[in-house]
Structure formats: structure tokens, C-alpha cells
Design a protein around this ligand. Sequence first.
Ligand code: BTN
Length: 272
Amino acid sequence: MQGHKLIYHNNIFSEIEIVKNLQTEIFGRKEIHIFNETDSTNIQAFRIAEGGAAEGSIIIAESQTGGKGRLGRKWISPSGKNLYLSMIIRPQIPVINAPRLTIVTAAALSETLDSIGVSAHKIKWPNDMLFDGKKLSGILAEMKGDGSTINFIIIGVGVNINSTADNYPDEIKDSVISLKEITGSEVDRIKFLNSFLLHFEKNYLDFLQGRFPEIIDKWIIKSEIINQKINVTDYNNTFTGIVTGITPDGNLILKTGNGTCYVSSGDINFLE
Ligand code: BTN
């Protein structure tokens, strides 16, 4: 616990419980910032990392007023129900390999869900966790670096833990699901957080030691995307084709009517 520091921001999450149950060596062993309400834990984490916070520092909030999703979307963050977590990492890896960290995170999240019996979840490319086709969690990684060096990466993770449909606006309430709705009972957010941090730490250290191929194998099994006919829409374009593989960075290899294309981000729909 050397170097461990707790910073209070008018929280109601129990910081003492978090530390008491931690089994990690790095994550949650540096700074823990807990907010009752914040705009976005990723924004806070970015600021805290710019101030020099060590790898392994974590930021959590009871609610977010400006939770950020992928592709500029909002992440609806009802108060006191779910997990809104951002982790600071400072990997010494080539910038080009940074996207791999979202795959590492998804693999860790998937293992955490398996560990509480929610093994029927699926990873929807690139990194959404779905259950019964509904969204259970999402990952948003943001990096600060220059062209060749990573200064830090913020890994943001949102998991719907105890929320219910009435916590969401009408437009999305039928497309989201929580662990409470899946398992039929309240899930302890702190236990889930601790378990996730442990799984993340293990996968992250494996990744740093060159074991990314094993991690991507786990991820592919849960994503059930190979050989599927899909269309994928990014900001401006839609591509249709059969997924023939995944590149080492998690990009889709898509066989289309015009040849092969590689897609790094977007939303997919299964067509058959
Ligand atoms: C997505 O699926 O679009 C990604 C959602 C990521 C949401 C989490 S919640 C904690 C962290 N803070 C944010 O503002 N976003 C991420």
C-alpha cells in the first residue's frame, strides 16, 4: 500500500470498502478519486493524469452529467446505480499499438462477467458488452501523446450494474440492460469493481509482456463475428461484407463486393 492516497470529493461510494477488498498490486493502489457527481470520469482522469498521477490511479463517480460514449455519443449515467470508472495507464508501447488496450479491457470485462455467472454475454465489435442484444457496458479509451510517445491513456469503463429501464430516457431504455436485471438481484458495485480491477491488471500485465495474441483469442471467441455478414457504419461511410478476420489491433477485415477493407471504428449490424 506504499504510496497509496485517497482523495475525497464529497463521495458516497465507500472508499474504505474499495481498499479493504482490493487484491491488485497496481490498480487502485495509487490515487483513488471518488466523485458524487462529475461531468465525466474520463475528463477528470485526463486532468488528474496531466497533474502527474501514477499509473494505476482510478477515478469513479456516483453519477456523470456529461458521460462520454464512443463516436461523440452520451453515456447516460444514473446516480448511485452503476459503475463509472476511469483508469490511468502509462504504457511504454508504440502509439500504433494503443488501440490494443481497449481489447485488453474488453477481455478483462468479459472475464469479470464470467466470474459472476454472466457468461452468456457477447462482445459486440469493437468493445460493447451485450446481453440478449442489449447494452450492458461500454469502453472509451482516450490518449495523450505526441506522434511517437504515449504520455498516458485513460481507460473509461461504464457498466450498468443496478440500473433499471426507468433510469433511462425512452429512446434508449429498451436497448440497455443491467446486471441486476440479468441476475435478478442487486449486484455489489464495489465487489464488481475490485474483481474487474484484478482481471484488468492481469490482462494488462500479460499484454505488456507480449501475450496479446492470447488476449485477442479470448476476445474473438466472445465476439462471434468471424464469417458473419454485417454492415458497419462509421462517421460517414457504410460498408457491407463478410468478416474474414481481425487484425492484431482489432480492426475488422471485411470482404466486400469490391475487395477487402479494414474498418477501425463504427457500429455494426448483423445481416443474416
Ligand atoms: C461506449 O460504449 O460508447 C463507451 C462508453 C464509455 C462510458 C464510460 S463511463 C466512465 C467513463 N467516463 C466517461 O465519460 N465515459 C466512460
